[in-house]
Design a protein around this ligand. Structure first.
Ligand SMILES: *Cc1c(COP(=O)(O)O)cnc(C)c1O
Ligand code: SF4
Length: 361
């Protein structure tokens, strides 16, 4: 928090303390002590853009549920893991996770504009989490330069668009100078939770001859209002393609109507839905996790409900650091005779004929 380069834009201070949440009407006063216990363990931040969306009269408000802490977060389950997707086991140098041969994650900072209560990196993110020092960032970029198999750099964190335009520009230039890096992909919640931050200076900082993509994290259609639409437009008008990333969250978006509205709103804002993540086994997040069966049923229903453009890939980050696997429903099976059976969007099966057998006579 002491780093001025990662503070949000002036006059746009997020709520960070439980008493501020109570004062803003986002939590009842009788929950203050419980919220203080959560705050002692996990970072809190809600930007004005998100606080304004909360309907305080709705106890199940899907925006509040994502950002207002709850004592259930202190209830850690045996199956939950501090490092649920195994970042540490694949980190060759500080700030880099190299799991797949052709792409790396680069995490320049651990600060986020908001702290999502379901965060898969909740044990690593927060205002206290150190950003890479200039020397560490140079070493991380050096690692990328030394590995010609790295075709794509996925910049995440924390939230990389919390960096100042000056530092973002330096980072984009340094990566662009690496000949084998073709694609620079930012993963960010900023276009949604602090859309004013996507200003001309930030957009200019992302300009390079290499392909820059931005993955926008949103979980509910209400997060994508007019200001967010304008922020997305500033990015797409600069030639930056947008992809959408969402987490399947119980009580936030785990029904067909809510997911359909989210995915359609994304496509209408020129955001191509990319991944729908199954909830990771992060500590204290059980209240957000659906079962995989529930997730598959939802994704199956989306097939008929919304356009093909709106379809994300339902994925699970395999605990232990084995990477992501698509876990969507199967539309293809075999009957007892070994013939293909294909399921249509209504759930009806159709036989697909086997290839004509060659006459070996
Ligand atoms: C998720 C992830 C990526 C990016 O994976 P894509 O399937 O290309 O989006 C890259 N590296 C690591 C370590 C990851 O966890
Ligand atoms: S913005 Fe991303 S990294 Fe930050 S708290 Fe939310 S889910 Fe975690």
């Amino acid at each position: 928090m002491s780093d001025p380069a990662i503070l949000p834009t002036g006059g746009n201070r997020p709520l960070r303390r439980p008493d501020e949440l109570v004062e803003a009407g986002l939590a009842p006063a009788d929950r203050l002590a419980a919220l203080e216990r959560v705050a002692a363990r996990y970072a809190i931040a809600i930007t004005p853009a998100m606080a304004d969306l909360v309907d305080p009269t709705d106890p199940d408000d899907p925006i509040a549920r994502q950002f207002v802490p709850d004592e259930a977060e202190l209830d850690h389950r045996p199956e939950e893991l501090a490092d649920p997707i195994g970042d540490h086991s694949h980190s060759p140098v500080k700030g880099i996770v190299h799991r797949y041969p052709d792409r790396v994650l680069l995490k320049p900072s651990h600060a986020c504009p908001v702290y999502c209560r379901f965060c898969f990196r909740r044990e690593m993110v927060g205002p206290g989490g150190e950003a890479l020092t200039p020397a560490e960032l140079a070493a991380a970029i050096g690692y990328i330069a030394d590995h010609p198999e790295v075709w794509e750099v996925v910049i995440t964190g924390g939230d990389p668009l919390m960096l100042s335009p000056r530092r973002l520009g330096e980072l984009v230039r340094a990566l662009s100078a690496v000949p084998h890096v073709a694609v620079i992909r930012f993963h960010s919640r900023v276009p949604v939770v602090d859309p004013g931050r996507i200003d001309a200076a930030l957009v200019a900082a992302l300009a390079t001859d290499k392909a820059v993509w931005v993955a926008v994290h949103a979980n509910h259609a209400r997060e994508l209002g007019d200001e967010q639409a304008a922020a997305c437009r500033r990015l797409t008008q600069a030639g930056i393609p947008l992809i959408g990333q969402s987490v399947l969250l119980k009580g936030v978006n785990d029904d067909v109507a809510t997911l359909s509205a989210l995915l359609r709103r994304m496509v209408a804002l020129r955001i191509k839905p990319y991944y729908l993540h199954h909830g990771d086994l992060a500590p204290g997040t059980q209240q957000f996790r659906t079962s995989i069966d529930e997730g598959q049923a939802l994704v199956r229903a989306l097939r008929g409900a919304v356009s093909g453009l709106c379809q994300p890939t339902y994925v699970l980050d395999i605990p232990g650091g084995h990477g992501k696997a698509p876990i969507g429903p199967d539309f293809l099976a075999r009957d007892t005779a070994g013939h293909w059976l294909v399921t249509d969007f209504r759930g009806q099966s159709h036989r697909y004929p086997p290839p004509a057998t060659e006459d070996k006579g």
